[in-house]
Write a protein that binds this ligand. Structure first.
Ligand code: SF4
Length: 475
């Protein structure tokens, strides 16, 4: 699987001083799957911000000595990042901390703006200087500008949302307030919960709430702003309903952890349902069903339940794979698959195997996995994919390749089966996705090309070709 998502966000508000750096640490650990390039935590101790952020995973960056330097506080903001724009460098690490005439601000963001180019160009023409290249810096700049003209930080956030287009789940902190905001399309998940001692926790996924002992209260509504301060919780729903709810369907298929619940739908159940739908759409005579760990396992279970073909563990995944596996070079991926996955010969030898994975991007990784199974003695390999074919890039925070590298843009399904070495291949249909999550409101643009927001043509030419050339350089 070669697709990466860009970020997980975290926030905490406590009624009294607590070791919130530690809470943030455990929550970010639970969100690590959303980004392994960099991470950061800012703790607010009576208006004084203590910040540490760096390139690396949570375990690498937050050593015992770093953690011991954090004071207790009543608020914290945290972030894990996989950069889909702007490359890997310290200037793009988050949370971003800004000092301005009316105070200070720490901001963490998940998603990509679809009008970032226009916003940045206009701001630069008006004298703005950016240190990094992330959309988050643009958002921080606009909020700061608005804050100078508005009576409160939440009004500044609301005014900023009037200007933003695309995907943004935000957690930000001023000296006295913690604020969470979700874009009106609701592309990326964002929820909040509460611990027994009254600390509010905001996180990209509910698995992070569970990790720190909080019970989920609810997801933020698309367009909602929630403020946590000494007066309690206040909600601003003035942006709600201004756009069609378009949560990213790929959160359910691949990005999110299966133990998370997003907008009331269990990710595990959605994946299992995808497997059942695959079994109905693409049945086959076979001896066992296996999934590519980890994101193919739940769908494999569903395929097995629906078809009656026994489920088995066909691959062992190396648990000790570090962030080096986020390496974008295609040459690296070919070698790395063998290190990452190892087939269990005794299970698959001489068998007709249904192999479930969540997606095919370039086809390189899928070909490697099929070849591993073949070498382990599988007699037949019937590959089933728990998503439709990728045909379009994503503008909302997902590192889906440009069309030139998407195998489904250039080959029919039988041709792809041939290229990856599978006996047969079957994808989920777009219409299956609404059954999968029990709703027909979601973004499926990478499959259908129907984008929920305006897509500026220069975005693909500029941003995405930029990202691609970065990849090519790294090959
Ligand atoms: Fe998700 Fe695809 Fe939409 Fe991007 S284009 S937000 S990956 S469904």
């Amino acid at each position: 699987m070669a697709i990466h998502e860009e970020c997980g966000v975290f926030g905490a508000w406590a009624p009294k001083n607590e070791n919130l750096a530690s809470t943030a640490y455990y929550a970010l650990y639970a969100l690590q799957h959303r980004g392994q390039e960099s991470c950061g935590i800012v703790v607010n101790d009576d208006g004084i911000f203590t910040t540490h952020k760096n390139l690396g995973t949570v375990g690498e960056v937050f050593t015992p000595s770093v953690m011991s330097d954090y004071p207790e506080g009543t608020m914290a903001v945290g972030h894990v990042r996989y950069g889909t724009t702007g490359g890997t460098n310290r200037a793009n690490t988050q949370p971003i901390v800004v000092n301005h005439q009316k105070g200070k601000l720490a901001l963490a963001h998940n998603g990509n703006l679809s009008n970032a180019y226009e916003l940045r160009t206009e701001l630069e023409l008006n004298g703005a200087i950016f240190h990094g290249t992330s959309d988050t810096e643009i958002i921080a700049y606009i909020i700061t500008q608005q804050r100078l003209k508005t009576p409160s930080i939440e009004t500044a956030v609301s005014k900023t949302m009037d200007l933003l287009d695309g995907a943004y789940s935000l957690v930000l902190m001023s000296s006295a307030k913690l604020i969470a905001a979700r874009d009106p399309n609701g592309f990326r998940p964002l929820c909040y919960g509460k611990t027994e001692d009254g600390t509010y926790i905001i996180a990209s996924e509910s698995c992070a709430l569970t990790a720190v002992g909080a019970t989920i209260e609810r997801d933020l509504l698309p367009g909602e702003i929630i403020v946590f301060d000494e007066n309690g919780i206040h909600c601003d729903t003035s942006h709600c309903g201004t756009r069609t709810h378009s949560p990213c369907i790929f959160e359910y298929i691949y990005f999110a952890r299966p133990d998370s619940v997003i907008d009331g739908v269990s990710v595990h159940n959605a994946r299992k349902e995808a497997g059942k739908l695959l079994a109905k759409r693409h049945p086959v005579d076979a001896d066992l069903v296996i999934g590519v760990p980890d994101s193919g396992l739940d769908a494999a279970l569903g395929y097995s339940e629906e078809s009656g073909i026994p489920f088995s563990i066909g691959f062992i995944k190396n648990k000790y794979i570090g962030r080096t596996f986020i390496s974008p070079g295609q040459g690296n991926r070919i070698d790395q698959v063998k290190i990452k996955l190892s087939p269990i010969s005794s299970e698959v030898k001489g068998k007709r195997v249904v192999l479930i994975d969540d997606s095919i991007v370039r086809g390189t990784t899928s070909g490697q996995i099929v070849s591993l199974l073949r070498n382990a003695g599988a007699k037949e390999i019937h590959m089933r994919i728990s998503s439709p074919p990728f045909l379009n890039p994503c503008y909302y925070g997902t590192d889906i390749d440009s069309r030139e590298n998407l195998i489904a843009c250039h080959h029919s399904v039988p041709e792809i089966a041939d290229i990856i070495g599978a006996d047969t291949l079957g994808y989920l249909d777009i219409e299956d996705l609404s059954v999968m999550i029990g709703s027909n409101q979601f973004c499926h643009a990478c499959f259908s090309g129907n984008y929920p927001t305006a897509v500026p043509t220069h975005t693909e030419k500029g941003r995405f070709e930029g990202k691609l050339s970065e990849r090519k350089k790294n090959k």
